[in-house]
Ligand binder design. Structure first.
Ligand SMILES: *Cc1c(COP(=O)(O)O)cnc(C)c1O
Ligand code: SF4
Length: 385
């Protein structure tokens, strides 16, 4: 058994552990344990500095998880975009490929709580149907291995999946979404890196949420991936009490860059049963973005996105930089709130052939929205009569 597998075995993973190690009430511990799996491996556990700190909040269950009755289990309607059990196909040219239900830690804020840890819902038997689906859909040029955590699979199993994908000519890039560099960096071994680098272009997106997670071990793991030629990005989730503060976020983003990890997304926390106590007002996220842009390296700045409830996909949000127009000028403000006017290009430009081409393209893209208006009309007419 490899070191990381031994460490997983030594995880805190039961209601009994909550009672014995963290003084939980027995009843509460059992309720929490039956709601969503518990798993905290000894490495991540060692990052906790005091009860209720930003590390603790992410991994130790909380009575608040029991309060969210009536909230959706599948807020992003991933099931609705799922042609076969292991695939979520929402965007034109890329798919999520769920390869395992297991995680090295069960994050209390997980948006896929309905699925992770439940091997009946994501499992090996669906891997082949996933590969078949991708092979049958030439428009899929980007496959994102997700889960669960795909690095919970053994190297042998993972290589079977990745080489299976590489055998499909239209798959251009393979991405791996994994929390391992953050929660169990020991999983990133020379053997794993050597295997992955045979299948380039491979990208990894990892998941750090707080500067305390940027340890020497984590840095080494990220550097090993980078040395294997794998660009590593980060997808953080904005969470109350964890990182809902511009200074904390700035420190996290700078530390990630220093570990050769490029911040990619900052997610607004989803509306998920059992995880709503982490949500923050959108204004908090916008304020954080405002305090990043211009104040530190542009490389350190992720896209702040809301994954639209019901399955609309990721929608980026930006602080307001355009204040208005003055005749033909746009009024802008910079990161210091100084005001500038930018003389826009005269509208006649539109008559140029490129602009007309673009206009036609835009018209085509907005057509579905117009169709909807027509569909609504009869309903309105009825209610008036
Ligand atoms: C996030 C996501 C992707 C990848 O989106 P990118 O913006 O390309 O990183 C693909 N499919 C689904 C269903 C997603 O949620
Ligand atoms: S590692 Fe990812 S899928 Fe697993 S519990 Fe955490 S957020 Fe959810």
């Amino acid at each position: 058994m490899e070191l990381w597998q031994e460490m997983l075995r030594a995880s805190v993973d039961s209601g009994k552990d909550l009672v014995e190690r963290f003084g939980f009430d027995k009843d509460l511990a059992e309720k929490l344990n039956s709601l969503f799996h518990i798993r905290i491996n000894p490495y991540y556990l060692s990052l906790i500095r005091y009860p209720g700190d930003p590390i603790w909040l992410q991994c130790i269950p909380d009575a608040k998880e029991l309060e969210d009755d009536g909230f959706p289990l599948d807020p992003l309607n991933e099931e609705g975009d799922s042609p076969v059990p292991s695939i979520t196909h929402r965007y034109p040219d890329r798919v999520l490929f769920l390869t395992t239900s297991q995680c090295s830690m069960y994050c209390r804020f997980c948006t896929r709580k309905r699925k992770v840890g439940d091997s009946g819902k994501i499992s090996m038997k669906y891997i082949q149907s996933g590969l078949d689906y991708i092979a049958a859909h030439p428009e899929v040029r980007d496959v994102i291995l997700s889960g669960g955590d795909p690095l919970m699979l053994t190297d042998v199993m993972l290589e079977k999946i990745i080489s299976g994908l590489r055998a499909i000519p239209h798959v251009e890039i393979i991405r791996i979404g994994t929390k391992m560099p953050c929660v169990l960096p020991q999983r990133i071994t020379p053997k794993l890196c050597k295997m992955l680098k045979k299948y380039h272009p491979i990208y990894v997106n990892t998941h750090f949420n707080h500067p305390w997670e940027c340890t020497a071990e984590a840095k080494q793991a990220c550097e090993m991936l980078a040395d294997a030629g794998i660009p590593v990005g980060n997808q953080a989730v904005l969470m109350k009490g964890v990182n809902d503060n511009p200074d904390v976020m700035l420190e996290l983003m700078r530390k990630l860059l220093a570990m050769r990890v490029r911040p990619y997304y900052l997610y607004q926390a989803d509306i998920t049963k059992g995880a709503n106590h982490f949500r923050t007002p959108v204004s908090v996220g916008l304020n954080i973005m405002d305090k990043l842009r211009g104040h530190t390296s542009g490389l350190a700045i992720p896209y702040y996105v809301i994954d639209a409830p019901g399955g609309g996909g990721k929608i980026p949000l930006l602080p307001q930089y355009v204040l208005g127009r003055n005749g033909n000028s746009i009024i802008l403000r910079n990161y210091k709130y100084d005001i500038y006017q930018y003389p826009d290009v005269e509208e006649e430009e539109e008559k140029k052939p490129e602009a007309q081409l673009e206009k036609r393209f835009m018209r085509k893209r907005t057509r579905p929205a117009r169709k909807k208006v027509f569909e609504e009309k009869p309903i309105r007419a009825e209610s008036q009569s």
